[in-house]
Design a protein around this ligand. Sequence first.
Ligand code: DAT
Ligand code: MG
Length: 140
Amino acid sequence: MATERTLSIIKPDATRRNLTGKINAKFEDAGLRIIAQKRIQLTKAQAGEFYKVHAERPFFDELTTFMASEPVVVQVLEGESAIAKNREVMGATNPAEAEAGTIRAEFAESVGENSVHGSDAPETAKEEISFFFSGLELVG
Ligand code: DAT
Ligand code: MG
């Protein structure tokens, strides 16, 4: 096992309902450290660039409109196997399939408005962290 960093986003459905602290508590309780964090408003174009891997999917327009609809909190989580651990804490994409106790089981409103994003592999984690944060902002 190795210490990893992963990119997390608290999505607009969660910031709107004032859930940032409750979601951060789930990360910290799981041993993930929030080593960088900022609240920003994405444009639809920026959301589209971030999610470009999904550009051909039927839900792309809905996804990018949603991600630009209200502020998001972008963050870097660090810990042992942080990428997989964060995916565990998040739960399945569809909250109806998410395990009890996960963020999406407790807070997500639908498959589209599912409260959190988390990187899915070491390469995407690296890319996604540098999409939002400069090296100077990552103090560990
Ligand atoms: P995850 O966020 O669990 O990594 P993903 O990468 O497959 O899931 O999809 C990215 C986001 O796109 C997901 O969090 C919500 C949205 N999405 C995925 N499938 C969808 C669907 N069938 N309908 C609406 N939105 C969807
Ligand atoms: Mg994904």
